[in-house]
Design a protein around this ligand. Structure first.
Ligand SMILES: [Zn+2]
Length: 223
């Protein structure tokens, strides 16, 4: 028997972030495909790789769970909308909450892992498999601060250091502009590296039977 996770209640001032495996989310008793809006289901139906489809579904469901905990509403009323300023069209682009214009939301999925975040203001989340190795260095040097890339490349485990640098940068990119702090951690149980960029302090939680992630708070070289 696994003790149920303690409820996380949004106080409106703390961002909430969750990382889980796609399987954990899809096994959650309150989360199911029926929660998705018609436009989300149409997008899901267009994804031909079943595992990727599951990842996208799970990310959208985990975001609903985050939003429900943050707002105190049910997952059924926690659907994110999306709008792309470049195309001036809904259905893709940065997610937002129609009924909570000041609240930031973000989601991420990668190879059986999903992440979601919600907060009072800008938030961005990224999750990657701990075994992923971004690169090559010549490309990373163009999209990340060069000094940080050099430092990571000289670390005892350069691949892991570069991955952590990468997820921090992705989380920051998704959050957009602003005075952001980046929280990054490695979830060994799920073999995941995750980061959340947020102006507000961040509380993390997870779903499923695995232990809650142990958070490390390193200095942030992407700042
Ligand atoms: Zn667009």
């Amino acid at each position: 028997m696994t003790a149920p996770a303690p409820p996380v209640t949004g106080d409106g001032r703390t961002a909430l972030a969750a990382v889980a495996t796609t399987g954990e989310v899809l096994a959650h008793p309150r989360l199911h495909e029926g929660l998705l809006e018609p436009w989300e289901l149409r997008r899901l139906a267009a994804i031909r790789v079943p595992s990727r489809r599951d990842d996208v579904l799970a990310a959208r469901l985990l975001l609903r769970l985050c939003v429900a905990r943050f707002t105190g509403g049910p997952p059924e009323e926690s659907a994110p909308a999306q709008y792309c300023a470049d195309c001036d069209r809904p259905g893709h682009g940065r997610p937002y909450l129609h009924d909570h214009p000041g609240v930031g939301v973000s989601l991420s999925h990668a190879d059986g892992l999903v992440g979601a975040a919600v907060g009072p203001g800008a938030v961005g989340v990224d999750v990657e498999p701990a075994t992923r190795r971004p690169g090559p260095l010549s490309v990373l040097g163009r999209v990340l601060p060069e000094s940080a890339v050099r430092e990571a490349a000289d670390a005892p485990d350069p691949g892991a250091a570069l991955l952590r640098l990468w997820v921090r940068a992705e989380a920051r990119l998704k959050a957009g502009d602003g005075d952001l702090r980046v929280l990054e951690w490695t979830d060994r149980h799920r073999s995941a590296v995750a980061a959340v960029a947020s102006a507000a302090p961040v509380t993390t939680f997870t779903v499923g039977p695995g232990p809650a992630p142990r958070i490390r708070r390193p200095r942030d070289p992407t700042r």
